[in-house]
Write a protein that binds this ligand. Sequence first.
Ligand SMILES: [Zn+2]
Length: 202
Amino acid sequence: MTFSIKTHRLHQDGTPVELVATPNMGGTVRPLYLILHFTAGTSGNGAISWLANPDAKASAHLVVDRDGSVTQMVPFNRIAWHAGKSRWNDLEGMNAYSIGIEIVNAGKLKKSESGTWTSWSGQKIEADDVIVATHKHESSPAGWHRYTSEQIAAVVAIGAALNTQYGFLDVLGHDDIAPDRKVDPGPAFPMVSVQSKILGRV
Ligand SMILES: [Zn+2]
């Protein structure tokens, strides 16, 4: 699994990854940061079709599905709409300064009275796929959907290829740039390890 970037498109083993076009994009991006997200759902196709819908007014450069497969939605020279109201250091509105990756993951879960875990939209999540952990901005533990090893490996490999091309200042979570309203990618995501692998600090 080797990723590279040519003409603003992600290539896997020399071939461009699947592109699903979206109208939800802006002008020229200045890719200083890589921002990681969860989709808050369990379906890659569901996330992609929503982000391709003009009503969503949202998008990401890439979507990484549960099996590690990657779909590009916005070319890397254009602004994708993944960050919303956000800031980091002196920069405000991080869409203009970042590449965004959505990772298919249900995020924070609810536990029913019968003990089963569900996503916010009511999809059942198997107990084996639940991690109980405390978000860095919260004070009590909750259930979070596990990321797959294929997803982590893909995000690391893609992030490293993007970093070679763009020389990121940092890899951040949505919860870093919008801490008062976002919790993704959340405590189930091995952020420190992924950051250091992408940025070559290990
Ligand atoms: Zn997000």
